[in-house]
Write a protein that binds this ligand. Structure first.
Ligand code: UD1
Length: 430
């Protein structure tokens, strides 16, 4: 297994380029199942989650080629014949459920494993299932699988009771081939979903209201393959921004859509950082002091829950106490006890975490438990005195492309090393 060994205390400076978005790549790849032919998605990051979905598409019958140098993924869907997503893959990566809508819409049948639990508590998929039902699908839950059938889905008016990224993406992918009109109300407007909307439009889908909470879709009989440029990874960008702030550094990040990171930029500027927005970049100049700023996570354009763990790490270095409330997930605190091993003073109460600051973080061995938790431990390690070892970085490799190399390029003292672990624990999330 791999671990990161970090000698803290270095100011980060320089320029780094953000990778393509993980959370956009996954629905885009799944959407290729909606048409016959070869798709190319540019700026697809070389990440474990992308490879997991590529493997799932191969099981389904696609030919998938990935070029790690050019970051292009080619998906050929001419031989799709197996309409099933097995438990072994779905339990590794919940986003595998994105194949449900496309398979059902195009082939009239899909058998997709229920994802089961997640590292930070229950994460239901009821809205995905209910959406398919409302498009006329017959759904059986049997043997841990969702079995969905319908020769041709039928358009409907669907109002999501809460804004869900995954359910919006899945139901949208089903609706584009349904007969007649579908209206999706309270749709998610996260940039990854808007990217999917444009991707589907490029395939020939008829969608009105792109980028808004109300999507009106006129189902078509056929869609066509396309080439598409993936968007930058706003969570990776936010993580670098916090790294700059926490180390009082000066970092420019290229390949940035500033509209996607407004909330993080705004909160960071309140900490005393200077944020300079370029047309395709952002520069973060850390202030002398880091002021405490409270955060409440929310759906886009609010502060992302996927930045919550990193923000806690950051706020341990503030000049006073602060708090963060996670409105999206109520128990996403796996990183808290690990951060405490680094001397963070944290207290959780329901979906709130109070951060006592300032504290001097002290290097220690800590364990990654999920993707964003790993990022927060690395950030804390960068600011800590002494040596921090972050174990089980396979969680991080699911969603950050060569993070240690990018941080080292900015002056961080961080290396990847192999180690042996005698007891293997299996916690997965996305
Ligand atoms: C996506 C992201 C994840 C991010 C999350 C919220 C991907 C691959 N993952 O996850 O990194 O943390 O958005 O921004 O893009 N819910 C239900 N029933 C459902 C679906 C969701 O109750 O059927 C709830 C969830 O438990 C959660 C909320 O809705 O409380 C939002 O979840 P959702 O937006 O669906 O997250 P994901 O798409 O799973």
């Amino acid at each position: 297994m791999d671990k990161f060994v970090i000698q803290g205390g270095k100011k980060l400076s320089g320029t780094v380029t953000a990778s393509g978005s993980k959370n956009a790549s996954l629905p885009l790849m799944a959407a290729s199942l909606l048409a016959r032919g070869t798709f190319t998605i540019h700026h697809t990051p070389d990440l474990q989650d992308v490879h997991t979905l590529a493997n799932l598409l191969r099981i389904i019958g696609c030919r998938v080629q990935y070029d790690p140098a050019g970051k292009d993924i080619l998906i050929n869907t001419e031989n799709v014949h197996h309409f099933e997503a097995p438990y072994e893959l779905v339990k590794k990566m919940r986003a595998s459920i994105y194949v449900l809508g496309p398979l059902l819409a195009r082939y009239g049948y899909a058998k997709v494993s229920l994802p089961g639990g997640c590292a930070w508590g229950p994460r239901p998929v009821d809205l995905h299932i209910e959406g398919m039902k409302q498009l006329g699908a017959e759904i059986d839950l049997d043997g841990g699988y969702i079995i969905a059938k319908k020769d041709r889905l039928i358009g409907n008016r669907i109002k999501f009771p809460i804004s869900s990224v995954g359910a919006t993406g899945n139901v949208l992918m089903a609706a584009v081939l349904a007969k007649g009109e579908t209206v999706l109300e309270n749709s998610a407007i996260e940039p990854e979903i808007i990217a999917l909307e444009y991707f589907l439009q490029a395939m020939g889908a008829k969608i009105d209201g792109i980028g808004t909470r109300k999507l009106t879709i006129q189902g078509v009989d056929q869609l066509y393959p396309t080439h598409f440029n993936n968007i930058p990874d706003r969570i990776e960008i936010g993580t670098f921004m916090i790294a700059a702030a926490m180390t009082h550094g000066d970092v420019t990040i290229n390949n940035v859509i500033n509209d996607h990171i407004d909330s993080v930029s705004e909160h960071l500027s309140r900490t005393g950082c200077t944020i300079e927005k370029g047309s395709n970049s952002v520069r973060v100049i850390g202030g002398e002091k880091l002021l405490p700023v409270n955060v409440i996570t929310d759906v886009f354009p609010g502060f992302p829950t996927d930045m919550q763990a990193q923000w806690i790490a950051c706020m341990t270095q503030a000049t006073g106490p602060s708090s963060i409330v996670d409105q999206i997930y109520f128990d996403r605190w796996k990183h808290v006890p690990e951060l405490e091993r680094l001397n963070a003073k944290l207290r959780t109460d329901g979906n709130m975490c109070k951060i006592d600051a300032p504290v001097t973080l002290k290097g220690a061995q800590v364990m990654s438990t999920d993707l964003r938790a790993s990022a927060s431990l690395i950030l804390a390690g960068l600011a800590a005195k002494g040596t921090t070892e972050v174990l089980r970085v396979y969680h991080l490799d699911r969603g950050y492309e060569k993070l240690e190399e990018k941080l080292a390029g900015l002056g961080a003292d961080i290396v990847r090393e192999k180690y042996e672990e005698f007891v293997k624990m299996d916690t997965e999330e996305n």
